[in-house]
Design a protein around this ligand. Structure first.
Ligand code: ARG
Length: 474
């Protein structure tokens, strides 16, 4: 067998460091080493970074303006090819960076070789990844704003609908359905804040850190940072190429968001079950069963409920990849992108699904109101009345109310249907005014403390959120 000559050998990453190497990589090395199947998602960011770098090199007199012009034109043409799906990605070229650089060489020849001056793939990939993740966080934040808007519309419509509030999943006290829905909008507000914090903190430019130590070329890192929309260049070149805590932080924010979404998703599953019967999802958000013709399944809600498994799993995965890594760049870090990409894909889809379901849910007023009045959910209101009107210490009032609940339970009636004599048998000073505070609706309406569930308070919170959303959209 004759050795293939350099001429008929397919283009490969070994060509890039050809000087020192006499044979190509084993096919298994190529398989484990190649990341282009995953990091080609960074193509837009990679080209933006290279355009900024080339312009800076020319501005600093490191390459000629003619070369910079050719490089830019070549990169823009490659970008068109990629957008049009015409670009041929080669596994043998390892990653997105070398695929694009090799294509540039094919297109413009020698000047392509000058682009990588004062740069390394180490600062290049860190730059691309920050640019990508910055956008992904912003998209998730915008998605969460739309989710909040859907919750708000429903909360406004249902501000004075009464439903059971639960603790331990046991009927506790009546609450407004609008209040319950706004709770998830509050959680989303914090999720948005965490994503925005992560986004702001990651918005520093690694570009120009080169392999790890900076460069002897007279580059202008401020210029590339500004061109790419970063707030400033990173202070430490070692940090610039080796840190991935920006990705961990974004994943942590994503994982917490997923957990919050999964909790409402679980409530949707419960509410749409026959046992609860609080709500229905339309056909657009229900699936059937292949065997049981009567079924309507809330699959999307169940899948959102499962997403923390994947997203918190990605966080855990990247934490373990990064743990114990010394400075500076190490190939382990290449494993960061698949985890982050799938986690943010999952997150965006989960947010969209929750937005769709939040808007779609139709609620069953009577079932909610009936359930709200069950299980002596107004027992606290009875106790509170005896504190207010009779001056009982709350601990004694609790006892009195408990004894009255017991009597009502024995008769199988609600407190509001229990004869006054039965109240008086436990506490003789109770009078007929007690009936004003009993029942689910009266209970809900009475809770007017700030942040409480009375419809008036809920409407206040709706208006405040409406303002926040308007502010955020400006
Ligand atoms: N594909 C690599 C990554 O994602 C790019 C950096 C490679 N650097 C290197 N020195 N081999 O991390």
């Amino acid at each position: 067998m004759t050795q293939p000559t350099a001429k008929d050998k397919p283009a490969g990453s070994h060509d890039m460091w050809g000087g020192r190497f006499s044979s190509g990589p084993s096919s298994v090395l190529e398989a484990i080493n190649s990341s282009v199947g995953i990091d080609q998602r960074l193509a837009e960011q990679d080209i933006a970074g290279s355009l900024a770098h080339a312009a800076m090199l020319a501005a600093c007199g490191i390459i000629s303006s003619e070369d910079a012009r050719d490089i830019s034109a070549g990169l823009e043409a490659i970008r068109e090819d990629i957008r049009a799906g015409r670009f041929e990605w080669k596994t043998s070229l390892e990653d997105v960076h070398m695929n694009i650089e090799a294509a540039l060489k094919d297109r413009i020849g020698a000047p392509a070789g000058r682009l990588h001056t004062a740069r390394s793939r180490n600062d290049q990939v860190a730059t691309d990844f920050r640019l990508w993740l910055r956008e992904a966080c912003a998209r998730a934040e915008q998605g969460l704003r739309r989710y909040q808007a859907a919750l708000l519309d429903q909360a406004e419509t249902h501000a004075d609908w009464v439903m059971p509030g639960f603790t331990h999943l046991q009927t506790a006290q009546p609450v407004s359905l609008g209040h319950h829905l706004l709770c998830w909008a509050e959680a989303a507000e914090r999720d948005i804040g965490r994503l925005a914090d992560a986004r702001r903190r990651m918005n520093e430019s690694p570009l120009g850190a080169a392999a790890l130590a900076g460069t002897a070329f007279p580059i202008d890192r401020e210029m590339t940072a500004k061109a790419l929309g970063f707030d400033r260049p990173m202070n430490n070149s070692l940090d610039a190429v080796s840190s991935r805590d920006f990705a961990l932080e974004a994943l942590a924010a994503a994982a917490i968001t997923a957990v919050n979404l999964s909790r409402f998703a679980e409530e949707i599953v419960l509410w749409c079950s026959r046992r609860f019967g609080f709500a229905t999802l339309s056909d657009a958000w229900s699936t059937g069963s292949s065997i049981m013709p009567q079924k309507r399944n809330p699959d999307a809600a169940e899948l959102v409920r499962a997403k923390p498994g994947r997203i918190a799993g990605a966080l855990q995965g990247l934490i373990l990849v990064c743990k114990g890594l010394p400075l500076a760049y190490l190939k382990d870090l290449q494993e960061d992108k698949a985890l982050v990409f799938t986690a943010f894909d999952d997150l965006e889809l989960a947010i969209e699904a929750m937005t769709g379901m939040a808007a779609d849910l139709s609620f069953h007023r009577e079932a909610l109101e009936e359930a709200a009045g069950e299980a002596y959910s107004d027992a606290t209101d009875l106790a509170d009345w005896t504190v207010r009107e009779l001056g009982l210490p709350f601990r004694d009032a609790h006892h009195v109310s408990g004894a009255i609940v017991k009597a009502a339970e024995a008769k199988g009636v609600a407190l509001s249907a229990l004869p006054l004599e039965d109240f008086q048998a436990v506490e003789p000073r109770i009078d007929a005014r007690i009936f004003d505070v009993l029942g689910a609706r009266a209970s809900m309406e009475s809770r007017t403390s700030f942040g409480g569930t009375s419809p008036a308070r809920v409407r206040e919170q709706c208006a405040a959120l409406r303002n926040r959303l308007q502010e955020a959209s400006r």
